[in-house]
Ligand binder design. Structure first.
Ligand code: UDP
Length: 240
């Protein structure tokens, strides 16, 4: 058998904002193509990759709730639909370069994608297909970070890799404090007590309870996604 890597099955979380790149129309095809290429390179090595895609580039429920009388649940359902758009875009991009990819939605949209079925998702992964989990958890008041932690735990992913627009977790806000340091390692407890706004509490708690480490890294640096998936040092590692 070939070389073995740190993780055999990973859950990659791609934020909506990261998908936007510098494109004015929500999604930057250069970003989705880079994700596709890097994911292709690791699936060829036999690493199983599941993806949760955010929707913040199109619609974020919390920032719309309240305006024009929009209630939070309705706003959040629109946000979840935004993640489906991103997921289908990413699937089409992956399949354009030959990576078999399935989208599973947390609520039924069976003309567009499979419904989420845990065992079927695992089977796809075992066959070398990439599975994209769309529509978050299917519930308002949650986030796609929580969806990543939840699906990660359900499919026994060994790590949640959070791809963002920042290099990792800093000890202070790097936009305000030029001396802010990028941290290599953090415990779940530190993330929670220092309120480091890496991930919401629900997501980080789920990861902690299930002993799933989280890596926060910058997806805009070429090679970072494949490095993160192969378990090479990149960004900040959060664990016990
Ligand atoms: N959302 C939700 N439940 C979920 C996941 C997402 O209601 O389980 C909604 C919520 O309105 C959120 C939007 O979908 O603002 C987009 O997801 P998120 O903000 O997590 O995306 P990201 O920040 O990763 O771009």
């Amino acid at each position: 058998s070939g070389p073995s890597y740190k993780w055999q099955r990973v859950l990659l979380k791609v934020s909506g904002e990261a998908l936007a790149g510098d494109h004015t129309q929500n999604i930057d095809p250069k970003v989705t193509m880079e994700i596709a290429r890097e994911v292709a390179s690791v699936t060829r090595l036999g690493i199983e990759v599941a993806i949760v895609v955010g929707g913040g580039n199109i619609f974020r429920g919390s920032s719309w709730a309240g305006s024009s009388g929009l209630d939070r649940s309705s706003a959040d359902y629109i946000g979840m639909l935004a993640t489906v758009m991103n997921s289908i875009f990413l699937q089409a991009t992956m399949e354009s370069i030959g990576i078999p990819t399935r989208v599973q939605t947390a609520f039924r949209m069976s003309e567009v994608a499979e419904p989420y079925i845990r065992r079927r998702a695992v089977r796809h992964l075992e066959k070398g297909r990439v599975v994209i989990f769309a529509a978050g958890t299917g519930n308002p008041f949650f986030t796609t970070d929580t969806a990543a932690a939840l699906r990660g735990a359900e499919i026994n992913a060994e790590v949640v890799l959070k791809a963002t627009n920042v290099d990792g977790v800093y000890d202070d806000n790097p936009r305000c404090n030029p001396n802010a340091r990028l941290l290599d390692n953090l415990t779940y407890q530190e993330v929670m007590s220092k309120d480091l706004s890496v991930m919401d509490m629900t997501a980080i708690t789920l990861c902690q309870e299930n002993n799933i480490p989280v890596v926060v890294f910058n997806l805009n640096k070429p090679g970072n996604i494949s490095k993160a998936i192969k378990g090479e040092k990149v960004g900040t590692l959060i664990g016990a």
